[in-house]
Design a protein around this ligand. Structure first.
Ligand SMILES: NC(=O)c1ccc[n+]([C@@H]2O[C@H](COP(=O)([O-])OP(=O)(O)OC[C@H]3O[C@@H](n4cnc5c(N)ncnc54)[C@H](OP(=O)(O)O)[C@@H]3O)[C@@H](O)[C@H]2O)c1
Length: 326
């Protein structure tokens, strides 16, 4: 089968389309013919040799999610049958024509969605649901600050927050992305390049923060959180080192949480997916949530797709179509 391989650590040009063996299916796995996959920031780090995947996963084939058709079940498992349309999370190896996945990590694709739309769901909506609902425990009427609101995870979190009746403030370096976010329901957008974030967010105005960026907004984060505020750190594209006044954490009784999806055990991921299927998938069926696809490249164009992401041009997800994508 065809797959994209990282031939050595480096820029987008190190991604090459080559022939590799089909994945081996373990008992309880689904073998899936992939129709689409999607990019995540982790793929870029992995390509640079800075984010090795969990043990047992080929470090040279990136790809954390897929949508496709069940080809084989090994042995009969869960509620899936050959021919079913499925999507799901992977620890890696998603940039390929076939993937093998424990069946309890797969989810049915809502009927009205294409494979390309479905591939834009698993990683960012699971991350956002976990962060907004399970880690931050957001409640109706609260205010949530989302850094990089136009990112894949940001656009998912924004929609989940809107459905729950949460007020949202979002940051971006792009007015165009902020305007698109407003069309998705964002209440207040702040361009952190043209506005002084600490100034605009002065006063204790937010109940919680979904931080997809890291160090650069640290001081503004601590000042804008209300007493007993919560903050979950999910991404570090804006740096990882900060100076922390522990006294402020104490005084304001701030809860600071860090989280990551990829390195969780299969058991932990199965628990999350069970909850997601129950609480979030129906919202896609009811069209109250939608995958945000910025653009679609062919699998072989993975280098161009990586380049596009590294230039921060996407609003929502960058999808890779595999084969005909149908
Ligand atoms: N912990 C986990 O399990 C997990 C899972 C998925 C993703 N993540 C993390 O969540 C974040 C979002 O992921 P994604 O795939 O949704 O990303 P994405 O769609 O590629 O968006 C990332 C956005 O971050 C902003 N950004 C980039 N570099 C920046 C910098 N130096 N300073 C400030 N902002 C910067 C840009 O937004 P603007 O153009 O709007 O400024 C960029 O478009 C990433 O940090 C990723 O690593 C973590």
């Amino acid at each position: 089968m065809k797959a994209i391989k990282i031939v050595r650590p480096g820029g987008p040009e190190v991604l090459k389309t080559i022939e590799v063996n089909e994945p081996r299916s373990a008992p309880g796995d689904l073998l899936v013919t992939v129709k689409a996959t999607a990019l995540n920031r982790a793929d870029i780090l992995q390509r640079m040799g800075r984010y090795p995947p969990p043990l047992g996963t080929d470090p040279d084939i990136p790809g954390l999610e897929f949508s496709g058709i069940v080809e084989q079940i090994n042995p009969a498992c869960g509620d899936f049958r050959p021919g079913d349309r499925v999507m799901g999370l992977l620890p890696g190896e998603g940039y390929a024509e076939k993937v093998s996945t424990p069946c309890y990590l797969a989810m049915p694709i809502p009927k009205h969605l294409s494979f390309e739309e479905a591939a834009a769901i698993p990683e960012v909506f699971l991350t956002a649901y976990d962060a907004v609902d399970l880690q931050l425990g957001m409640k109706r009427g609260e205010t949530l600050l989302i850094h990089a609101v136009g990112s894949g995870v940001g656009t998912a979190a924004l929609q989940l927050a809107r459905v729950k009746g949460i007020r949202t403030i979002g940051t971006s370096s792009s007015d165009i992305k902020l305007n698109k976010a407003k069309e998705l329901g964002l209440d207040l957008g702040i361009n952190h390049l043209s506005e002084d974030l600490s100034e605009v967010l002065r006063g204790e105005i937010v109940d919680a923060i979904l931080d997809l960026v890291g160090a650069i907004h640290w001081n503004a984060n601590l000042t804008c959180l209300k007493a007993c505020g919560r903050m979950v750190v999910v991404g570090l594209v804006g740096g990882r080192h900060v100076e922390l006044d522990l006294g402020l954490l104490l005084r304001k009784r701030i809860k600071l949480i860090g989280t990551v999806l990829r390195s969780r055990t299969v058991k932990e991921k199965i628990g999350l997916i069970r909850e997601f299927r129950e609480n979030v998938l129906p919202l896609f069926e009811q069209e109250r949530l939608k995958p945000i696809v910025d653009c679609v490249y062919d699998l072989e164009q993975a280098p161009a797709a990586h380049h596009y992401m590294e230039e921060n041009r996407n609003f929502g997800k960058i999808v890779l179509k595999v084969g005909t994508g149908r």
